[in-house]
Design a protein around this ligand. Structure first.
Ligand code: AMP
Length: 284
């Protein structure tokens, strides 16, 4: 079946409804475009787990702060379509901002405390925008499964909570973080970085691997692990730590003494580009 591009929410809804009536399992992969290997890995998962794959491409204005990069966020619609089609996507849902937020739009989803920590402290309102657009995408594309990357670990946890709290009839699936050969988590915002910046960014995953090693060696005090991570990152000129955090997966409660599943997440700023990464480890 050739790739279809649908812009209208009501057309998308009608198609999703007819697929459901035929008993098809619908898989959704929401993206903001500038498609890379990380997105394609999520599509692979959706292709394996569903009969019909919808990828959305929508740069969502409500999740960007006033001083953030909404207008200069990379957009590459034509090549995105080619990549997604090759990966097995059946429909690209590509609405306009006006389709999603018509005049007098006034309804937002607030997932609560989990959205006020970590990225929420740096990007107030970000998760309100993410939760709202995802709630809308779920209602428009009616998926049985929706695949999100662990790369945005807090986003994944927030959306799982929203789906549970609001009884959305779908399952959120976590896709692994895709990295370059040097360990840098692939990101659409890499286009903002020079080759030198990307080289420096290696230290981010390096610090997470160091944390993993310390935990394997029996260290459980997060302060101690954080100090080692900070020392490593500080050894790279121009790499500025925004935060390093240890949180229980997946309710995101901060943890001092590690036990059970813990997300270690951090943001490092290199040449004004915020680079976000994490690992989820089991500290038995
Ligand atoms: P974005 O287009 O950046 O909003 O991302 C769309 C989806 O792709 C989100 O679920 C992200 O978590 C996921 N994603 C982004 N980068 C990666 C990566 N390097 N590996 C896996 N998933 C990713």
């Amino acid at each position: 079946m050739p790739l279809q591009i649908i812009k209208s929410p009501s057309k998308m809804q009608a198609l999703a409804e007819s697929l459901r009536r035929k008993g098809k399992i619908i898989g959704l992969v929401p993206t903001m475009g500038a498609i890379h290997e990380g997105h394609l890995r999520l599509v692979d998962i959706a292709v394996r787990k569903s009969d019909f794959v919808i990828a959305s491409i929508f740069v969502n204005p409500t999740q960007f702060g006033p001083r953030e990069d909404f207008s200069k966020y990379p957009r590459a619609f034509k090549s995105d379509c080619q990549k997604l089609e090759k990966a097995g996507v059946n429909v690209i849902f590509h609405p306009s901002v006006g389709d999603i937020y018509p005049e007098n739009y006034s309804t937002f989803v607030d997932v609560g405390e989990m959205t006020t920590i970590l990225e929420g402290t740096r990007r107030p309102g970000h998760f309100r925008g993410v939760a709202t657009v995802c709630a809308k995408l779920f209602n428009i594309t009616k998926p049985h499964i929706a695949v999100f990357g662990q790369k945005d670990g807090q986003q994944l946890a927030v959306l799982k909570r929203m789906v549970r709290d609001l009884n959305f009839d779908l399952k959120i699936i976590k896709g692994p973080i895709v990295r370059t050969s040097t360990g840098v988590a692939v990101s659409s915002r890499h286009s903002y970085l020079s080759a030198e910046g990307l080289e420096k960014a290696k230290v981010i995953y390096g610090s997470l691997k160091l944390a993993e090693k310390l935990i394997r060696n029996g260290i459980r005090n997060s302060r101690n692990i954080e100090a080692h991570m900070r020392n490593l990152i500080k050894s790279v000129p121009g790499a500025k730590i925004d935060y390093i955090s240890f949180n229980r997966w997946d309710d995101l409660q901060p943890v001092r003494k590690l036990s059970g599943r813990v997300m270690i997440s951090l943001v490092v700023i290199i040449k004004n580009v915020r680079l976000l990464d994490n690992i989820i480890i089991n500290a038995k």
